[in-house]
Design a protein around this ligand. Sequence first.
Ligand SMILES: [Zn+2]
Length: 415
Amino acid sequence: MAETSSIDLKLTNVCLPGQADRWQVAIDQGKIVEIAASILTPAITTLDAQGKLLLPGLVDAHIHLDKAFLLDRVQWHTGTFSEALQQTAAAKRSFTLEDIQARARRVIEQAIGFGTTAMRSHVEVDPMIQLTGLKALLPLRDEYAWGLTLQLAVFAQEGITNLPGTEALLRQAMALGGDVIGSAPYVDPEPEQNIRIVFDLAQDFDCDVDFHLDFLDDDAPLLLPVVIAETQKRGWQGRVCLGHMTKLAGLPPAELSAIAHATATAGISILALPSTDLYMMSRRDTHNTRRGVAPVHTLATYGVNTGVATNNVQNLFTPFGDGDLLKLCTLLAQVLHLNTAMSHEQCLAMATTQAAQAIGIPNHGLAPGNTADLVLINATSVTEAIGAAPVDRTVIKQGRIVAQSQRQQTLFPTR
Ligand SMILES: [Zn+2]
């Protein structure tokens, strides 16, 4: 009789999203090989999940590692977007490589503990910071590969046509190892030219595109039609991701329907960034304040690939948060009035499988053949996981347990 070879890791007593009963999951050579009620193949390591919920690894499709944790060095009075932009640009002048790395490490290590197994960080490149941010983050991409897959999106936050030398710097940054190219066209006096320059760079370096787009609640026209047209003209379907898109929240249903169809046809992904957008939008409203979060649940019904992401951690754009995507799912579900078990599962997909699709991470999800990037949550359903974002988590990256967190509490009752 042939000897049965062992698999690397077996999870037992696992709950799965939307499924009854307990399951077993076999993992070998970094991949999920089987999900079944009972797996007889012996494993080198067996982990009894004790009924915990297994989810695909969380994917943070949009974060800024280089400007996280800045509240100790900025002045804030109005809390407005213009103040955040101006104060952060001023703070950026004193960023050093070591300083950026220290703040980025703090975010990355927290994120790994929360169960984030992939992340796209924007990294600012402009005549002020030049390539310092990228040079700080490039080594961390390799250093933390054991815990998360880090993509670096070279990002022109201050505009391109208005700042001579920026385009050349973006080009240098891509040559140095940037994975993705992006910008914030709304700060550029020539936003459409800004968009075309970014697409030119994407074609030259054969990389994905990521814009901060249609942010704020001013009267500037939507730039989404420009991005849709350029995406199709250049054959970049499936390679474009857009963050914020807060202006879509203000569109009447018929207009939203038309642009959602066009966005889906162009294969463009849209990410809501609710912790920033709720905080930054609608500052001029005197009462009954609008929310200003992209209606990603509605866009999804038109076939748009949608996601939810962190954006910022404790800076003037978003003074709150810790980079836990599960907590952002809680927030998004509240803001978008997601009120069924199925809508909660869709919300979670926006932070896992759909987020992975948005940033081009292949083979992500709970199915045999996919990468074993997983997180065990102390909950029995997705609704419960989103409801409380439990602290207790076990994180698996490419089949290896990379982090475990446990809540500690001691009660001292009177006798
Ligand atoms: Zn951003």
